[in-house]
Write a protein that binds this ligand. Sequence first.
Ligand SMILES: CC(C)(COP(=O)(O)OP(=O)(O)OC[C@H]1O[C@@H](n2cnc3c(N)ncnc32)[C@H](O)[C@@H]1OP(=O)(O)O)[C@@H](O)C(=O)NCCC(=O)NCCS
Length: 163
Amino acid sequence: MSLFQIRAATREDARFLGDMLVEAANWNLATARARIAVLEDPSITRYIAGWPRPGDFGSVAEDAHGVAIGACWGRLFPANAPGYGFVATGVPELTLGVNAQWRARGVGRALLQAVARQAAAAGHSRVSLSVARANFAQRLYVSEGYVTVASGADSDTMVRAVH
Ligand SMILES: CC(C)(COP(=O)(O)OP(=O)(O)OC[C@H]1O[C@@H](n2cnc3c(N)ncnc32)[C@H](O)[C@@H]1OP(=O)(O)O)[C@@H](O)C(=O)NCCC(=O)NCCS
């Protein structure tokens, strides 16, 4: 039996997705902020505000007891209010986070693959994300087929075709 399983994210997952958004924002523990401070930051909370909005899709990983342990989801942003990983109107931007005690066991990769399938099923041809260059997660994205299409001072925007 698998140690974890993946299911589609629902309306009831809003709080947990918020938890995983905090994990993603706090990837660098040296500069981590309190949950409330992260979720009150408009540049961060826009990734989860109003979940689920039309066009949102995502997946949740659960342990053998049905407890949520990680999540990945996609959201569309308009060109006049782009997310950090915006590449074009109609290309969803992904957020990914896994509970600290569950990392390095394949959960993140399984979530990325599930969300790529959901994006394709929703009719998208690409997904994007933004990742700090110092975050090892970038190597995970490369191994999942993501390619850097733009670079800022400390972060890269990466895109993957889905089908
Ligand atoms: C990034 C993150 C989502 C990855 O999820 P995960 O479940 O730990 O990843 P996986 O177990 O699927 O591992 C993916 C690969 O990264 C490697 N890896 C995992 N943890 C690692 C670590 N601490 N350092 C270096 N490599 C690591 C694994 O070896 C694996 O590669 P492999 O399949 O070739 O062995 C998770 O670590 C996390 O939530 N980090 C904090 C939030 C974050 O950074 N989110 C992304 C923001 S862009």
